[in-house]
Design a protein around this ligand. Structure first.
Ligand code: DAH
Length: 330
């Protein structure tokens, strides 16, 4: 019996134990052979013989079951160990895109004016002379047209040089009052550290009955807007000229690089020019057939805002698609 028990205890895998099971308990196994001997045992001894055999069988069965449990649980632990996943290991990173910094800036600008109930308008990038120039009080041969280097098509069409033509289109389609902004792409023949041939502007226009819209309104909304964009800056309005506004102003903020002390970025003036604006020129209202109204307008370059807000030195880098620049705006 000890020998048989040793076979069970020596089996070190479930497969080996299975072989032992067949050898001991199988149809032709050791126990079956022993039980077969019953018939040859003389009558009076049969009972004792059978009892002895049953005790052996029970003992071996218990020993087998215990061994089976041990090996089974060892096998499960081994499997768990070999299939284990190290959740602390780095996986493969999914590439994640993000809005371009110019669009992020555009969205921030739009958010401000939408909150103040300005409608967002758009117009075509391929414009005609009337909407881009004529109706904006820039007649042919007007010297102010030199301010804008225009891409022309052979048929006289052109790539819009500013978003101001959307003012004209909106006024010709709707009756006052108007409260709109026009974000969009514009084009000029320009290329240097602060200019690219394609860039973005946001135009603004407010029109209401005569006497209802004043320069004071314009000043207050733009001051608040610029402080929303740039934080605690000083805002100054400087007289200027635009054909479509009279009076006109350019708006400066105190230099965010040197806090107005004077540095290279602000050309030692302490101020940064950020937008143009003014009271809509009567000739513009005449061109769209508006009478007895008053209004203000403004226009700004989105790239310039993005450059200043993120301290980007060369505007062209915004369009080179260098992933190292773009990754910083995720
Ligand atoms: N259209 C001008 C430009 O492209 C920007 C501008 C200035 C728009 C003054 C306006 C304005 O509406 O009032 O430089």
């Amino acid at each position: 019996m000890k020998e048989l028990e040793a076979k069970i205890l020596q089996a070190d895998t479930l497969e080996a134990l299975e072989k032992v099971r067949v050898e001991l308990f199988g149809k032709k196994g050791v126990l079956a052979v022993e039980f077969a001997k019953m018939k040859d045992v003389p009558g009076p001894e049969k009972k004792a013989f059978a009892e002895g055999l049953n005790t052996t069988k029970t003992f071996l069965q218990e020993s087998f079951d215990a061994r089976y449990e041990t090996l089974k649980s060892e096998a499960i632990h081994a499997a768990l160990k070999s299939e284990a996943i190290d959740v602390s290991l780095y996986g493969e990173f999914a590439q994640k895109g993000a809005l371009h910094p110019v669009m992020q800036t555009m969205d921030k600008i739009i958010d401000y004016f939408v909150a103040l109930n300005f409608a967002v308008q758009s117009g075509p990038m391929v414009e005609d002379d009337f909407h881009n120039f004529e109706a904006l009080n820039l007649p042919k041969h007007h010297p102010a047209r030199d301010m804008q280097d225009t891409f022309y098509f052979k048929d006289g069409g052109l790539l819009r040089t500013h978003t101001s033509p959307v003012q004209i289109r909106t006024m010709m389609q709707t009756k006052p009052p108007i409260r709109m902004i026009a974000p969009g792409t514009v084009f000029r023949r320009d290329y240097d550290i602060t200019h690219t041939p394609m860039f973005h502007q946001v135009e603004g226009l407010v029109v209401d009955a005569k006497g209802k819209v004043s320069f004071a309104n314009l000043k207050s909304i733009l001051t608040d807007f610029l402080q929303y964009m740039f934080g605690e800056v000083e805002v100054r309005f400087r007289p200027s000229f635009f054909p479509f506004t009279e009076p006109s102003a350019e708006v400066d903020i105190s230099c965010i690089f040197c806090q107005g002390e004077g540095c290279r970025v602000c050309s030692h003036t302490g101020w940064l020019e950020v937008l143009g604006c003014g009271i809509v020129d009567p000739n513009v209202f005449k061109a769209v057939g508006y009478e007895e109204v008053s209004g203000y307008a403004f226009g700004l370059g989105v790239e310039r805002f993005a450059m200043l807000m993120h301290k980007i030195p060369d505007l062209r880098s915004l369009f080179e698609g260098d992933i190292r620049l773009l990754e910083q705006f995720r």
